[in-house]
Design a protein around this ligand. Structure first.
Ligand code: NAD
Ligand code: DAU
Length: 354
């Protein structure tokens, strides 16, 4: 998409990655009107965008992507040129506890949004774009070697990844059937500021601060490929502006860590920052019952994005992790707000019986 004035709906903009994408687009492209469409579920928090909420090119609209009438009304209210679709249920453990919520939001919500956009843009697809943000989990689980490429066959194994895979298929089906203008990316694990503390890194940071047990699933040997969230936002920006319609791009950090090595690194960084004895935080590590169907290893080959569009990650992991820890230590109020109420109940159900 070229960079003239545009009206862009970003769904899920009050969540972790969405808030970084909204911030980047609002501040870098004052000629764009950015509409943040979010239902404000437990994972959505407008505090994540306090610094840019008064920007003249930013609008918040509360709405649910599964609500057909609400999405139609949104497209009637604004002359939408593009959608960057991030709204989703995103936590694997929650998908194991409540799979149908993931079908509703991720499958039905995406299909609904695609259909409303298709009807609103009918006969005028030129200059329009529907960008679907997806995950590497759709490819399944790797053994000890190899990488996921854009050609890797889908093999989702959790209700979360099955729901994301299904939404990806709807996006490509719209491209092939209606020539609907789509683009898609599949990214590895993100980390950084505003990450909800139900996910590994912020949960461990929060527990280290509070000297609570650090629950490592199984033997901690599972491998994830970590990318700084602002680098994911820069990849989305690059793909949105320069990617080819009908294509998908893998996004990743070429940065694989076993969970247990990662938790040890985090403990070391935090012992130093909190002026604790070396090994003090690591003594909190507790091995707990494994996640059912726990994927062993994810690793993304992001060379297509690098070769074709010139994108690469900007930060080394140790630097990104230290920056992330600093942010959490400086934002304990934010942690308090998002971990009160519903989160407390979720935490008890999830961990007290493991
Ligand atoms: P998140 O859970 O932090 O945020 C999701 C946002 O979507 C929240 O603001 C929530 O309120 C909103 N939302 C949920 N249901 C909605 C609905 N029905 N209507 C409107 N809004 C709704 O998620 P995240 O980690 O920021 O992930 C964003 C996207 O990126 C997701 O599509 C996810 O699958 C994908 N992704 C995430 C990662 C990761 O590491 N977190 C990696 C790759 C891809
Ligand atoms: O790969 C991209 C995906 O990364 C995204 O699509 C998902 O939205 C995102 O949540 C993330 O999924 P994971 O399941 O990999 O992330 P999570 O932070 O839940 O777990 C990371 C690893 O840490 C995983 O192997 C499970 C393990 N884990 C997690 C938690 C919450 C633990 O050992 N203990 C924990 O308490």
């Amino acid at each position: 998409m070229r960079k003239e004035s545009k009206t862009i709906v970003i769904t899920g903009g009050a969540g972790f990655i969405g808030s970084h994408v909204v911030r980047r687009m609002v501040t870098r492209y004052p000629q764009y009107t950015i509409i943040n469409l979010d239902a404000l579920t437990y994972a959505g928090n407008l505090e994540n965008l306090k610094d840019i909420e008064k920007s003249p090119n930013y609008i918040f609209e509360k709405g649910d992507i599964t609500d057909e009438a609400a999405m139609k009304a949104l497209f009637e209210k604004y002359a939408v040129d593009a959608v960057i679709h991030l709204a989703a249920e995103s936590h694997v453990d929650r998908s194991i506890a409540d799979p149908l919520q993931f079908v509703k939001t991720n499958v039905l919500g995406t299909a609904n949004l695609l259909n409303v956009a298709r009807l609103a843009w009918q006969g005028q697809f030129e200059g329009k774009l529907f960008y679907h943000v997806s995950t590497d989990e759709v490819y399944g689980s790797l053994g000890e070697t190899g990488f996921f490429t854009e050609e890797t066959a889908y093999d989702p194994r959790s209700p979360y990844s099955a729901s994301k895979a299904s939404s990806d298929h709807f996006v490509m089906a719209y491209y092939h059937t209606y020539h609907f203008p789509v683009i898609m990316s599949n990214c590895s694990n993100n980390y950084g500021s505003y990450h909800f503390p139900e996910k590994l890194i912020p949960l461990m940071i929060n527990n280290i601060i509070n000297r609570k047990p650090l629950p490592v699933y199984g033997k901690g040997e599972n491998v994830r490929d970590w990318l700084f969230v602002e680098d994911h936002a820069s990849a989305i920006d690059t793909i949105f502006h320069h990617g080819k319609q009908g294509e998908k791009y893998n996004v990743g950090g070429f940065n694989e860590w076993t969970n247990i090595d990662l938790v040890h690194l985090l403990c070391k960084i935090m012992d130093e920052k909190l002026d604790r004895q070396p090994g003090e935080s690591a003594s909190l590590i507790t091995y707990v019952t494994d996640r059912p169907g726990h994927d062993l290893r994810y690793a993304i080959d992001a060379s297509k994005l690098n070769k074709e569009l010139g994108w690469k990650p900007s930060l080394q992991f140790e630097e990104g992790l230290a920056k992330t820890v600093d942010w959490y230590l400086a934002n304990t109020e934010w942690i308090k707000h998002v971990t009160s109420g519903d989160y407390k109940k979720y935490y008890e159900n999830q961990y007290d019986h493991r």
